[in-house]
Design a protein around this ligand. Structure first.
Ligand code: GN1
Ligand code: MG
Length: 369
């Protein structure tokens, strides 16, 4: 059987002019493998090359189809009503035979343009950065608010349906329960108790959806802060990247995810657990940035569920990391055996900090209405 090609050989399929100088691992994604391809003598000196994790995204063609429909819609909107400030849509690059991907053995590769003169941060820098992250998500939601949800396929069934994650957690737990309980370390016991105490929380957004209080819209699915490109010169948000999970859903999943990511000054990967906290000043800046663009399409009910969404998505990500730890690190890339356990503990700490500030956060949301 043929062995898989190296990233540099794959990159070659997407190079239209110039020559490859280097291909290096890029970013900190937990699912796909991402590389930066550096070119000599090309009009655009670099692009992004990604190997899609097809264990997670089992319909990669659907992912690419969504990207095309999304990009065409947004480009058309931007042409029709040019925005007052820079906003970019990453371009899907085609192979020499005009395909939007390249298949090799069981691997599915695609290439995307790099938004010029921009970068991302894994941790929030300051209130200005938070405001820009919020603006970026608002701009993103605004630009797709008139794209019919049925136009995009569901690329990841069950994504952000918190009760489903609870079911998966229970299934994993049932499988490992026959193992020697005595070996269960105290940290795992604490996480188990944490989840048990919050079971009833898991249904809040899905119930609101079922009751017709929150409408299905299109969402980004993963608007964490390192998916918002910041212009190196102006410090402004100029693009949202990582479009694999753009699909029908609730914007609350996005708003909650953006805040859980951006209001945690130490970031997802910290090991300084005692210092993990949710920063309300950053939440204020982020929500102000978001609402500066999103106010026009949010309903009264939408505001009513903002606090719940922040708490829920933070809990959900902790639960997902914890489940993956118990299952043996099969979903999120892990650098060491307890990596996902540590990530779970960070999110659970963040949940506690959010819960401790419930009154203040609700007041803040009320004041921004
Ligand atoms: C995963 O692969 P990455 O880093 O873009 C995950 C998100 C999580 C995130 C946490 C498809 O995103 O849902 O919020 O890790 N993506 C998927 O860092 O599960
Ligand atoms: Mg992602």
């Amino acid at each position: 059987m043929a062995s898989p090609l190296l990233p540099i050989n794959i990159a070659q399929h997407f190079v239209r002019s110039g020559s490859i100088r280097e291909v290096k691992p890029f970013g900190s994604g937990n699912i796909n493998d991402t590389f930066l391809v550096l070119l000599d003598d090309a009009p655009e000196p670099y692009f992004i090359l990604q190997r899609i994790n097809t264990q997670v995204f089992t319909n990669p063609r659907g992912v690419m189809q969504n990207m095309r429909i999304f990009s065409e819609h947004v480009r058309e909107r931007l042409n029709r009503t040019p925005p007052s400030r820079r906003w970019e849509v990453p371009r899907v690059l085609l192979t020499h035979d005009e395909s939007n991907h390249c298949e090799d053995c069981d691997d599915f590769w695609r290439a995307i343009s790099f938004v010029d003169n921009s970068h991302t941060h894994d941790t929030i820098q300051d209130a200005r950065h938070a405001e820009e992250i919020g603006y970026g998500l608002g701009m993103f939601h605004n630009l797709i608010s008139d794209l019919p949800t049925d136009d995009l396929v569901d690329t990841l069934e069950g994504f952000h349906i918190t009760p489903r994650y609870l079911e998966q957690f229970d299934a994993v737990l049932a499988q490992i329960s026959h193992q020697n309980k005595a070996e269960q370390i105290a940290e795992v016991e604490q996480c188990l108790a944490f989840v048990e105490a919050r079971r009833s929380l898991a249904h809040v957004l899905e119930t609101a959806k079922a009751e017709g209080k929150l409408p299905m819209r299109l969402m980004h699915g993963d608007p964490k802060i390192n998916n918002v490109m910041i212009d190196r010169t102006t410090g402004q948000a100029v693009s949202l990247i990582d479009l694999d999970t753009v699909k029908p859903g609730l914007v609350h999943y996005d708003i909650g995810d953006c805040l859980r990511s951006g209001c945690n000054p130490l970031g997802e990967e910290t090991e300084d657990l005692d210092a993990v906290h949710f920063a309300p000043d950053l939440a204020e800046a982020m929500l102000k940035g978001y609402l500066s663009v999103a106010r026009e399409f949010l309903t009264e009910n939408d505001y009513s569920y903002l606090y719940d969404s922040i708490r829920l998505i933070t809990f959900e990500l902790g639960l997902r990391f914890f489940t993956d730890h118990l299952a043996g690190n099969i979903y999120f890339k892990a650098k060491h055996p307890n990596h996902n356990l540590n990530r779970a503990k960070v999110q659970f700490k963040l949940v506690e900090s959010i819960e401790a500030q419930e009154t203040e956060l609700k007041q803040l949301i009320e004041s921004l209405r």
